[in-house]
Design a binder for this molecule. Structure first.
Ligand SMILES: Cc1ncc(COP(=O)(O)O)c(C=O)c1O
Length: 410
């Protein structure tokens, strides 16, 4: 992997993980649209199946195009490796099934993406895994909710929809005091705005469908490991420390050290649950990653313009944005998200006319259901009668002026 201390973010986002094809010299990452790979001989095949040699066997397990995306995201997040998945949800599922079994317990922020909440609240209990949800601003609540069978603490860098900034260093300390890892969903910040592994988190996941892709044309997810959690010392993760009969009695921690989690996730979770990303989707997400810093900078600049508009508008009653001194996590945001934020929330008191006017004006500058997409949406999904969540799209706000006339309906 490229040395992240030497190469900077923009260089890594363009080149990390790619070795130019020695035969064709192709500059772009090729799409290896193949399901399977030719073995040199029977010994080569045997050593691949026995995990003695690295290489590709079957694209459900790994693929060369996807491997570039995995290495690129790992280097941007400062991890030892990554696994890309069919969607963000699949990445969350992969983390959970790799670490726990029926009877395990999770402590999770109550302010997470609705799909994550549903998955943990209603689906996982059917498989014997329960979750306690806590207020992400209440660190004592996380501590108090940890039980003997808790195996993971989960939060989002920025709560969705509450925009709470997770105190990652403090939460990591709480998780580590209980010998369990902290998983951060970094979808809303991306590694450009925040690198949770640098702040103490152990695992990071993404819905790559959002900002990493940025185009809204490809579903994908990523699970990245910082490689620092000591599974052996913790003693709470038999999937990583005890022999696994599904792979000839291998002990992952002993065999792979800091890559133990990712190897188990790949050779069991991806192999058996099968939520692999397609090579074409990996290629499409790579195109987005190449421009990540430029788009995120623009998202932030445009969000600030929208906030300026909302803040001075008569019909807008409250605006929530971590950069505003009125935001409860303003100081924390300055520390953990120094380059800014792209998400905000606002609320209008007078329904329906004032609300519609403000919303229609602002909606022209919001990203759509695939949060992080460049183009403006037709309708925002994050909307009720008088309030809206949004993130400013990178392209359209160049023309936005505070004194633009309100649209009809205002
Ligand atoms: C913060 C966050 N995490 C995870 C997901 C799930 O990702 P996907 O839709 O790629 O499965 C989403 C989807 O909106 C999300 O916003």
């Amino acid at each position: 992997m490229a040395d992240p201390n030497f190469l900077k973010f923009d260089t890594l986002s363009l080149h990390a993980g790619q070795e130019v094809d020695p035969i064709t010299g192709a500059r772009a990452v090729p799409i290896y649209q193949t399901t399977s790979y030719v073995f040199k001989d029977a010994d080569h095949a045997a050593s691949l199946f026995n995990l003695e040699t690295t290489g590709h066997i079957y694209s459900r397990l790994s693929n060369p195009t996807t491997a570039v995306l995995e290495e690129r995201l790992a280097s941007l997040e400062g991890g030892v490796g990554a696994i890309c998945t069919a969607s963000g949800h699949a990445a969350m599922h992969l983390a959970i099934v790799t670490l726990m079994s029926a009877g395990s317990h999770i402590v999770c922020s109550q302010s997470v993406y609705g799909g994550t909440y549903n998955f943990l609240k209603h689906t996982m209990p059917r498989f014997g895994i329960e979750t306690t949800f806590v207020n992400p601003r209440d660190l004592d609540a996380f501590k108090d909710a940890i039980q003997d069978n808790t195996r993971l603490v989960i939060s989002e860098t920025l709560g969705n929809p509450g925009l709470e900034v997770t105190n990652i260093p403090a939460l990591a300390d709480i998780a580590h005091a209980a010998d369990i890892p902290l998983l951060i969903d970094n979808t809303f910040a991306t590694p450009y705005l925040c690198r949770p592994l640098d702040l103490g988190a152990d695992l990071v996941m993404h819905s790559a469908t959002k900002f990493l892709g940025g185009h809204g044309i490809a579903m994908g997810g990523a699970l990245i490991d910082g490689g620092r959690f000591d599974w052996e010392k913790s003693g709470k993760f038999p999937t990583l420390t005890e022999p696994y009969e599904g792979y000839h009695g291998i002990r992952y921690e002993e065999e792979f050290g800091p890559l133990a989690f990712l190897m188990r996730a790949r050779t069991e979770g991806i192999r058996d649950f099968g939520a692999c990303i397609s090579p074409t989707n990996s290629f499409q997400i790579l195109q987005g990653v190449e421009t990540l810093s430029v788009r995120m900078e623009k998202h932030v600049a445009n969000a600030r313009k929208v906030i300026e508009f909302l803040n001075t508008h008569d019909a807008v009653e409250t605006v929530s944005y971590p950069e505003l001194p009125t935001h409860p996590d303003h100081e924390l945001a300055k520390e953990l998200l120094p380059k800014g934020c792209v998400h905000f929330q606002f609320h209008c008191q007078r329904w329906p006319r004032s609300w519609q006017g403000v919303y229609r004006t602002v909606a022209d500058f919001l990203s759509s259901g695939e949060c992080g997409r460049c183009q403006k949406p037709r309708h925002s999904p994050c909307l009720d009668n008088t309030s809206a969540n949004g993130c400013a799209s990178p392209q359209e706000c160049g023309h936005f002026r505070r004194n633009d006339p309100p649209v009809s309906g205002y």
